[in-house]
Ligand binder design. Structure first.
Ligand code: ADP
Length: 288
């Protein structure tokens, strides 16, 4: 763990070798659409044309009802899914496949069960062919960053869900991604652990400052974490492609107080947008 008595400058110099790329790369989505081939040959237009510009170091949360295309959008940024049209750029690189500049954190942690915490975190740096000493240094840094130094020799099945997710985050961050993509990363955790993880993610993001794009069902989680909350709506079941309905900036200092008046006003604004009828919805019949 980074010692509490360290100054911000000391922390920065301690981390500076790893963060130059993260500090400068933003993400630009231009007219990104996605149409899947449906089971019976009917095309399913999951996403309309989505435009979004994310600046370097920005924390974005994507919220919206099931089926509005949140995961599709995240997978396209990750390069796991090809857009039907449009482009995604990270810095000046066009995304057309997964790459080390984008780390993906999954809800089910995505750990190798046969490797210890240390070896899970070391996996990426070893694959990248870094010298042994550097791998050890990086592994130590990230094990400490997520507060798991005492558990470095344990296997994933010996850890709680929250601890496993911390390893999941550390192993992705150890690759020094410019962009951290997270799909409902805390969805499987109990509410107390989830809260702790949100606090820790905030702290880690503030230290390393990658772009974070995190998909969540929770408006509260989004307001707690994000610089801007992207609210999506629509989706094939509503008869209109998934799209960005609204982008809500969160101009609150961190750590945020979830019971605060401004916090709650933003949470309500986001919920109202999510729950408003879609333009393609058939209105319920009127009474009488
Ligand atoms: P969300 O993450 O918001 O729940 P998804 O991105 O998973 O939404 O899905 C958006 C829409 O695209 C849904 O209607 C879903 O059924 C459809 N969809 C997602 N993946 C596929 C696929 N591989 N093939 C066909 N349709 C898909």
């Amino acid at each position: 763990m980074v010692a509490a008595h360290q100054t911000a400058a000391e922390r920065e110099s301690h981390l500076s070798v790893r963060i130059p790329r993260s500090a400068t790369d933003g993400v630009v989505l231009e007219r990104v659409s996605k149409t899947y081939g449906g089971a019976n040959g009917t095309p399913v237009q999951a996403l309309g044309e989505v435009d979004l510009t994310i600046t370097a170091g920005e924390f974005i949360c994507i919220v919206g009802a099931s089926g509005c295309g949140k995961s599709t959008l995240l997978r396209i940024i990750g390069g796991f899914e090809r857009a039907t049209s449009g482009t995604v750029r990270v810095g000046d690189r066009v995304v057309d496949k997964p790459g080390p500049d984008r780390g993906f954190v999954f809800q089910d942690y995505g750990l190798f069960p046969w490797l210890t915490v240390r070896d899970n975190i070391a996996y990426g740096p070893i694959e990248r062919g870094l010298p042994r000493g550097r791998v050890q240094e990086i592994t130590k840094q990230f094990t400490e960053l997520v507060g798991l130094e005492r558990f470095a020799d344990q296997f994933p099945h010996q850890l709680s869900g929250g601890m496993q997710q911390r390893v999941g985050i550390a192993r992705v961050l150890a690759n020094d991604p410019a962009v951290l993509l997270m799909d409902e990363p805390f969805g499987a955790l109990d509410s107390l652990t989830r809260q702790t993880m949100q606090e820790q993610l905030c702290r880690i993001w503030q230290e390393l400052k990658p772009v974070v794009v995190l998909v969540t069902h929770s408006a509260e989680e989004a307001v707690y974490l994000a610089d801007r909350v992207v609210v999506m709506k629509g989706g094939p079941s509503h008869g209109i492609p998934g799209h960005i309905e609204k982008v809500v900036p969160v101009p609150l200092s961190r750590p945020r107080i979830v019971t605060g008046t401004k916090f709650n006003a933003l949470r309500r604004e986001i919920l109202a947008t999510i729950h408003a009828p879609n333009s393609g919805d058939v209105s319920p019949p009127e009474d009488g």
